[in-house]
Ligand binder design. Structure first.
Ligand SMILES: O=P(O)(O)OC[C@H]1O[C@H](OP(=O)(O)OP(=O)(O)O)[C@H](O)[C@@H]1O
Ligand SMILES: O=c1[nH]c(=O)c2nc[nH]c2[nH]1
Length: 193
């Protein structure tokens, strides 16, 4: 998505070897007009799929999942929770997810009330790095007996390998921008085939 790549080059900041900071438009302050374009791009890619629900993981995926859901007839958005709470049902699907940015594991949970056997699920998230978040969500979808129809990611860091692992599992993964390298702070994108 050219608009997104241009924005990453203009406003993205490389931290160390492998963190791309895009919090001025993607995951802290949010550019709603850009989100709308992102929603359109995912709808265009997944337009032939029947989608009953969108699944994401808190926190950064939630806003994106909502704009994508609007493009699929306002299907429900469900997000996996990273911490337990008094208002979370005890009857949950759960999976262990290691957070690359927080450097710790979470037992992420989705109430059994909100994912059902036979449902067609589109997973949406802001970043794909080592792939742990997507593998955890895929595991939860399997536990529910639902079907993972595809995964939409805004920024994949191709050099961390998670995206290629997800593709090798036969999952239909669409990343709107794939960063191939960030050496010396210079962002290079993977050529699209
Ligand atoms: O492919 P992975 O290695 O799993 O990395 C990608 C995940 O990391 C980020 O979540 P983070 O844990 O930073 O939480 P946040 O959404 O609260 O920022 C991002 O939102 C993805 O969910
Ligand atoms: O803002 C972010 N930048 C990153 O490089 C990253 N990797 C996983 N999750 C991420 N979030």
């Amino acid at each position: 998505m050219e608009l997104l790549k241009k924005r990453i080059l203009e406003d993205g900041v490389v931290i160390g070897k492998d963190i791309l900071k895009v919090d001025s438009f993607l995951n802290h302050q949010i550019d709603v007009a850009l989100f709308d374009e992102i929603g359109k791009a995912f709808k265009e890619y997944f337009k032939d799929k029947k989608i009953d629900k969108i699944l994401t993981i808190e926190a950064s995926g939630i806003g994106l999942a909502c704009v994508v859901a609007q493009r699929f007839g306002c299907v429900p958005v469900v997000f996996a929770k990273k911490t337990s709470a008094l208002n979370l049902s005890a009857d949950v699907y759960h999976s262990e997810v290691y957070s690359f940015t927080k450097q710790r594991s979470y037992n992420v949970m989705v109430s059994k009330k909100y994912l059902h056997q036979g449902e067609n699920i589109l997973v949406i998230d802001d970043f794909l790095a080592n792939g742990k978040a997507i593998l955890g969500l895929s595991d939860i979808i399997d536990q529910a007996g639902a079907t993972l129809q595809g995964v939409g990611i805004v920024i994949e860091k191709g050099f961390q390998g998670g995206g290629d692992e997800v593709r090798s599992m036969g999952i239909d993964l669409k990343s709107l921008a794939i960063v191939e390298s960030m050496e010396d702070g210079k962002i290079l994108f993977r050529e699209e085939i």
